[in-house]
Ligand binder design. Sequence first.
Ligand code: ADP
Ligand code: MG
Length: 276
Amino acid sequence: ANAADFGGSSGNVSSTTVTPAVRAIGVHKAYGSLHVLKGVDMTIMPGSVTVILGPSGSGKSTFLRLINQLETLTGGSIEVEGELIGYRRTGRVDAQGRAILQTLDDKAIAAQRAKLGMVFQRFNLFPHMTALENVMEAPVHVKHMSRADARALAITELERVGLGERIDHYPSELSGGQQQRVAIARALAMKPEIMLFDEPTSALDPELVGEVLNVMRSLAREGMTMVVVTHEIGFAREVADQVVFMDGGVVVEAGGPEIISQPSEPRFKDFLQHVL
Ligand code: ADP
Ligand code: MG
């Protein structure tokens, strides 16, 4: 995973243009009168790891939820793999010269959402299903895969997160770290292009954080495109290609992982002093 490899030093510029995995331009989100995101720009290259840092309430979760269309934008645009999410360009413009967009139907939105896997702070596994059944659920019911194929796939994904020995355990029989790894396997079983992680280790006891971060590290090494909201600064420093610091609904500072050691913005410096 290395965003800096794109754009290439050899060959001409046009032949090395890579479509971003996610491109957010001037993203705004308001809940009623509460203006949560105030013009967020972000570009996430395929195969890269972006870590989003920021204090509670800065709009990090909202931003991930917008990418995954769990919320709708109130301004700006987001493209996933070059495709505008939620809307279709009509090619026509209004009297002010703005592009006229048409809302996508549910089926088109579902197809866009299928490109994304999401892991939350709370793992939300089905308590009455084993690890294996949890991972099989969406491949069987959403993708209409045969149970035999889904079972084989689920075993592969559970082995990938180091839980090959725990496939028949119920969530209540697993540690928090193991449950979160099942949640990661469940997302991976849908074969997403991009994985969104929203504070995946925040609900875990400290001794269980490492096993989840290790799974995420190996995913990054495999070249998975990842957007990770976390307070794990060590993980950011080590794994991130891009670090983004958000505060008050805007991106205050963004750059390579070196900005963690050398922050320019006072607000980012202040934040790092509190979390380190
Ligand atoms: P972060 O993840 O950085 O802590 P959030 O994106 O969760 O921040 O929240 C940003 C702000 O938006 C907070 O003030 C929060 O209370 C508010 N907010 C989030 N979701 C909703 C919602 N569904 N309705 C109203 N306000 C919300
Ligand atoms: Mg959050």
